[in-house]
Every structure is written in C-alpha cells, then in structure tokens.
Design a protein around this ligand. Sequence first.
Ligand SMILES: Nc1ncnc2c1ncn2[C@@H]1O[C@H](COP(=O)(O)OP(=O)(O)O)[C@@H](O)[C@H]1O
Ligand SMILES: [Mg+2]
Length: 358
Amino acid sequence: MKRIEFHDREKETEEIRDILNSEPSLITFVYGPINSGKTTLITHLVDQLPEDYKVFYINLRGRFIRNYDDFIKVLFDVEHVARYERIKEFLKPMAAVLPESYNGIPISKDTFLNLFKEKEIEDAFVYIETVLRAFYESGHVPVLIIDELQVIGDMKIDGYLIYKLFNLFVRLTKELHLAHVFVVTSDSLFIEQVYSEAMLSGRCEYLLVDDFDEVATTAFMKEHGATDDETIITWEYCGGKPMCLLKLIRADEKEMVAKKMLATRVNQLKDLLDYLDYTQPRMVIGEDEYMVEKEDIVGILARLASLECIDDQGLDRPAKHYLIKNNILFLDPDVGIIKPQSRLNLLAIRTVLGGMQN
Ligand SMILES: Nc1ncnc2c1ncn2[C@@H]1O[C@H](COP(=O)(O)OP(=O)(O)O)[C@@H](O)[C@H]1O
Ligand SMILES: [Mg+2]
C-alpha cells in the first residue's frame, strides 16, 4: 500500500507553534469532528519539535478505564529506569539521555509500586508535577498531551477525576507556567461541558481541527493522482474528511466506492430512526434524565435539508444530545453551531428525510 504523506494543516500548525513558543499559561483544547485529523496533526507536530521539547503523549482511546488502577496504568510509562530508587535521583540523568517523547509519564518500577500503594490520586499528580518540573529546570519545555480525555469524563475516584485533572492542568499552566497542556477530543458534548465549566473559564483556549476545506481536499486528491472528475466526486460525497479521502485515494472505482459509502451511511441512519419507533432512549444531561422523542430528532434533522449548519440555540436538548452522541451531528460550542459529523452524514440525512416525505 502506498504511503500517504502528511498534508497541509498550515493554519493549525502555526497556531500550535505560537502556543509552544510562548510561556505556558492556558490549557489548549483541540477539538473537531471524528476522524478530522486531530491525532495525526498533533503526532506529526510532535515528531518535528526541536530537542529541547519533551513531549508526554497519553492516548486514552480504546483504553478500558474503570478505576484508579486502570487510570494510573495509562498515565505512567513504567518501563524506564527501573534501577533508580527515588524520583529525584533518576530524574537528573533521565532528562539528559531519554527520548523527546514518551507515551506516559516515565517512572521506575520500584517508585511506581511504592508511590501508588495507598491509591491516592494526589500522589500521582504530585509525581507528575515533580517530573515536569525536573525537565523544566533542566532547560527543557515539557508538553503534556492527553488524547481522547472524555474517556474518563464520568469516572469517579473519590469525586470526579476530571475536575482533579483540570486542577492539575490549571496549576501546570496558568499558575506555575511549567508545562504546555493539550487536551484532544472528538466528543463535542465533552467540549460543551468544558466550555461551560466555571473552573476553566479564562484558563483555556480552543483550537478547532476540522475536515479539510475544498482547496486542501482538491490539492490532496490531485497529489495522489485523482482526475478532475474524481476530485469533484470526492468533494461532493466525502467533503474534506481525511479518513474518507484516504479510502477513495486507495480505490480504483472512486465513484462506486463513494456511492457505497453513502449507501452504508443512509442505512445506518434509517436503522437509527426505525429503532426510535420501538424504543424511547433516555439521555442524561447534567443531573437529569430526559426521554428522546423521535419527532424532535426528525425536527432537528429537517433543518439540515437546506442548510449545512444550524444555530445551537433553541434546539430540543435531549434530541440534540442523542444525535451528537450517535455521531450524526457535531457541536462547536465556541461558535454555537451544529453541523453533521461529515459530508456523508449530511447527504444521508437529506436522503433519508427525502424518503420519509414520499
Ligand atoms: N493532514 C493529514 N494528512 C494525511 N492524512 C491525514 C491527515 N490528517 C488525518 N489523516 C488521516 O485520516 C485518518 C484520521 O485521522 P485522525 O488523526 O485519526 O483523526 P482524529 O484524531 O481527528 O479522529 C488517519 O488515518 C490519518 O492518517
Ligand atoms: Mg484521534
């Protein structure tokens, strides 16, 4: 299979570079629809950073985290430097010789076993801060990146874990200016929560990584040998969703594959709507639980018949949450709009609604 080079993203790369070049002071939330290229952008950038940056990249995607032990396991990279006894001692040589990036906060096995025996989450946070400080004081710029943080959104370890983490992040940035902190997520309900969270207000900023625009999509397809017609078909069916573009680049019969992708999406949406004829799902929003009405779902979708995005205000909340949760719609709380997760979803919505009217 042909290797696909990293494409474009100049604007977003520039924004992240600007952040990395200044003193850490805000938490950066990187958000956007699913498969828009957030992880790819971040990892590509990390690979290109100068050596004085030390990156700690933790991806919670697909990790099964139910309790303290699970969480501690994903947070730390226990393989390094098992022979050193105490934190301070092993940090000095480590800062000098170890690689630019880690998949977790490095820790020796002994320290790991001793430090977390009591299962106090605060011990873990103090350790993280100490590690980052050690790097900082030895002239490095620590960068902490947590990908798919929403995975632990509802988790409790003697109170909601997420708030304790946010506290740590605020401390590392706004208060101590010790480390850059990036939180990456595809979950727009999570971002909506973050957005209205008082403890984060004035302490974070938002960076949208959306699907490619038409210019970038055209360039990407052309670069990979698509004809003019194929490029037009790609934009019509897939918009600029990198994941779909890759699929079409690899396909010989691009139009057929695009039509098949749409047919699949149409079927999924039909099934979802049929399902609502038999059951009435419940959505938990904050402390309350609401019933989802099919009528409200169709009402929201119908507004997309002639528009590509709609105002977030005034929509039925349970229905809105249901559609976002099921990855049909994407909410951008920073500008207050709702749009389909992808061009394919928009076309599927229009097809299914068209079918319902006939
Ligand atoms: N800038 C890019 N250039 C080339 N391919 C990309 C780019 N961004 C994303 N992709 C491809 O699209 C797919 C989805 O991207 P990913 O970063 O996993 O999305 P996200 O993290 O936003 O869900 C990946 O397989 C990746 O290879
Ligand atoms: Mg990702």
